[in-house]
Design a protein. Structure first.
Length: 260
């Protein structure tokens, strides 16, 4: 997991390195794509992270197409700063978040293939929560992840978001995004087989923390344009981690997220 996380972190940083020209970042991403191809062909990867990842890929038979999809998702941040439809946004969420979940569950181990649906649903839920949390940071980079069709529906001009303008219309837009995130949290919770819950403890911990963050943003009316991103205090995170761990260890049926 450390090797997989390091890979994800490094390729994600390429897209976020806004002080570099886009074409330079595209070249850097292409180099990572070529290195993954070298890894899977049995050659010696150029990047140290990929040399460590090569052992993991072999041990857990991680599919190359998932790494290709992840790189496609990172590439979307270089090619576009707007999404026209909800389906377009969900494709992005799948590539940058659900795919990470699909890779992770291969390392965690699972018995029931329904866990793949769980990874897809939870990944989308987490990414939509991220979009709400990071709306100001993304706006400062010129990015708006709320689909254009939703902006028109709630009569929110892109310039309002780019200028950090908080309005009742934006609150309604954000609430709709939260509703979709809630739906994915619920689907993830509902489809996770009880026999696989212990294996998915790391994902469940993340789900519990991000769910609580979503509830916190809802209580604040989604005013996420402040100088600091909404966060949970460390004490609350620790509580959620311990509670989730205890529920899974004791085979509790109580949900860690997705409840009303």
């Amino acid at each position: 997991m450390a090797a997989l996380y390091a890979f994800c972190r490094q390729v994600d940083d390429i897209a976020d390195e806004t002080n570099q020209p886009v074409e330079e970042r595209k070249k850097a991403l292409a180099a990572w794509r070529d290195d993954i191809a070298t890894l899977y062909s049995g050659g010696e990867p150029r990047f140290a992270v990929n040399r460590e990842l090569q052992r993991v890929v072999r041990q857990f038979a991680l599919p190359k197409e998932l790494f290709d999809e992840l790189l496609n998702g990172v590439g979307m941040d270089l090619d576009q700063q707007r999404y026209e439809t909800q389906q377009d946004l969900e494709l992005y969420c799948y590539r940058v978040a659900s795919v990470v979940g699909l890779l992770s569950i291969e390392i965690f181990g699972y018995q029931n293939t329904v866990c793949k649906e769980y990874a897809v649903f939870l990944g989308k839920a987490l990414q939509l929560t991220n979009i709400l949390r990071d709306v100001r940071i993304d706006a400062d980079r010129g990015r708006i992840y709320f689909p254009n069709e939703c902006l028109r529906r709630f009569d929110v001009a892109p310039e309002e978001i780019l200028d950090h303008k908080y309005t009742g219309r934006f609150r309604s837009l954000a609430a709709e995004t939260a509703r979709r995130a809630r739906e994915f949290y619920r689907k993830a919770n509902d489809c996770l087989p009880p026999t696989d819950r212990p294996s998915m403890i790391a994902a469940e911990l993340m789900g519990a923390v991000y769910w609580r963050l979503l509830l916190k943003m809802e209580r604040s009316g989604f005013n996420c344009f402040g100088p600091e991103c909404p966060r949970l205090p460390k004490s609350e995170k620790l509580y959620l981690v311990l509670r989730t761990w205890w529920r899974i260890r004791t085979c509790s049926s109580l949900p860690n997220y997705g409840f009303l």
